[in-house]
Design a binder for this molecule. Structure first.
Ligand code: FES
Ligand SMILES: [Fe+2]
Length: 346
């Protein structure tokens, strides 16, 4: 049992086996079904689409007659994936032996089953999973509850934005497979400490000393303050941050969801663990104000991403060394990393 001291001044960082041992990786990631995960924004929906997020459970997002559903993507006959790519089909047909389901998951027909007794039953429908919506953003889970408290801190800070009116921009879609444990990627995201060392371009537009980190149940908010003349949010007067030049709100929601709000819109990053030393990073971009694209902290995200990947892949090699077990935290700059490690080990 690993303990991360609640006092950051005394604490040691996560032991290296969290990043290198398959057994530890399996036990940590097996609990992901108990969390909410990002599924899609309404502007990117088809009639039926497989959900790609850190949940290992194959699921589909479907819409029929204006209703959204999150259903199992596993055929109730012999387990084939019912749908392997987005489609505008009016019904779902399993590609293996032709079993057909309605878009809400109800069994409809099956060839060569006329003489099967006691068929179909409820077990032949595709199972339904919980789906929640906040301002056009859709979230799914296997068994999490209390969506309202999951999204509460995001609502409090950026709920004033018209996120439901943002539109999906396929040009901003990215997918990377990196040779690193997923938690190293999250660690790196959770501090601005490395910005002057790793991200020269970003450092020029952000006020490093004013960069702040707030901890909450199940997540971390980092706030980037714009240097003079750089793009920032036009906050409403009643907003808690009114009067500050906010360049970016960076939310991390446990385990692998990053919601990055910039004056141009929202960049969603999904951290999808593939194995102990392999992680897929998926970027979705949703634009609210295209005039603000390519400027400020949310400008050249590809460059920042490449700089971060160089670091986390280097750390993966380093933490696998016999010479490394664990480190210490900067109390002024690494409270977010400490908070994440506390969540992982509780
Ligand atoms: S596995 Fe789907 S019809 Fe057989
Ligand atoms: Fe970074």
């Amino acid at each position: 049992m690993t303990i991360i001291d609640p006092d950051i001044r005394k604490a040691e960082t996560l032991p290296s086996r969290f990043y290198t041992e398959t057994k530890t990786f399996d036990s940590v990631t097996s609990s992901f079904g108990q969390n909410w995960h990002f599924a899609a924004h309404r502007s990117q929906l088809s009639t039926a689409q497989p959900i790609d997020n850190p949940l290992k459970e194959p699921m589909l997002l479907t819409q029929s007659e204006g209703e959204l559903h999150c259903i199992s993507n596993v055929c109730t006959h012999r387990g084939m994936l019912v749908c392997t790519e987005s489609s505008e089909a009016k019904r779902l047909q399993c590609p293996y032996h032709g079993r057909v389901f309605n878009l809400d998951g109800q069994f409809r027909s099956m060839p060569e089953f006329d003489t099967v007794e006691n068929f179909p039953t409820d077990a032949d429908h595709l199972r339904t999973f919980p789906l929640a919506e906040w301002k056009g953003l859709l979230f799914n889970t296997v068994s999490a509850d209390d969506f309202d408290s999951f999204i509460a801190e995001v609502e409090a800070r950026v709920g004033w934005l018209s996120i439901e009116a943002f539109t999906h921009d396929l040009n901003r879609h990215r997918e990377y497979t990196i040779e690193s444990n997923w938690a190293l990627y999250v660690d790196n995201y959770l501090e601005g400490f490395h910005i002057p060392f790793v991200h020269g371009g970003l450092h020029d537009v952000l006020d490093y000393d004013a960069y702040s980190t707030e901890l909450f149940d199940g997540g971390v908010l980092q706030i980037g303050i714009a240097n003079d003349g750089e793009p920032c949010f036009d906050l409403p007067e009643e907003h808690p941050d009114f009067g500050q030049n906010i360049a970016a709100y960076y939310f991390w929601l446990h385990p692998g969801l990053m919601l990055n709000f910039y004056p141009w819109g929202l960049s969603v990053n999904l951290v999808i663990p593939e194995s102990v030393d392999k992680t897929r990073i998926v970027y979705h971009g949703f634009v609210g104000d295209s005039a603000m694209l390519a400027k400020g902290a949310g400008g050249d995200l590809d460059k920042v991403e490449a700089e971060d990947q160089f670091i986390v892949e280097g750390c993966q090699k380093g933490v696998s060394s016999v010479a490394y077990e664990r480190g210490r935290y900067s109390p002024t700059k690494e409270a977010g990393v400490h908070h994440f490690h506390r969540i992982l080990t509780q």
